[in-house]
Design a protein around this ligand. Structure first.
Ligand SMILES: [Zn+2]
Length: 97
């Protein structure tokens, strides 16, 4: 996978609001096939996808790239706000049922 492809995929993930920042050093990325945990270790980010596990030491996977981009982009707060709204709606639906 080339660096360009990884960046393109990361950009697409972010546009689709599939990066959820759980905390300052923790994020959840909903990928094409699965949901991945991206966590910040002492000096680098780590992802539990197959690429991140085997190649992440040398090259960051698209999930880590997406999380890093989301962190410097103020629009990254939108998914969290949207998630909170969705959970609230779900709760209200259950209560009124
Ligand atoms: Zn990954």
């Amino acid at each position: 996978m080339s660096r360009k492809t990884v960046t393109d995929k990361a950009e697409r993930l972010k546009k689709n609001y599939r990066v959820i920042l759980v905390g300052p050093g923790q994020a959840l990325v909903i990928g094409d096939h699965d949901t991945y945990d991206v966590i910040k270790l002492s000096f680098r980010w780590s992802c539990n996808c197959p690429w991140g596990k085997h190649r992440g030491r040398w090259s960051e996977c698209s999930h880590v790239v997406a999380v890093r981009q989301a962190q410097v982009d103020p629009h990254s707060q939108a998914p969290v706000a949207r998630l909170a709204g969705l959970l609230q709606e779900l709760k209200q639906m259950k209560e009124s049922a």
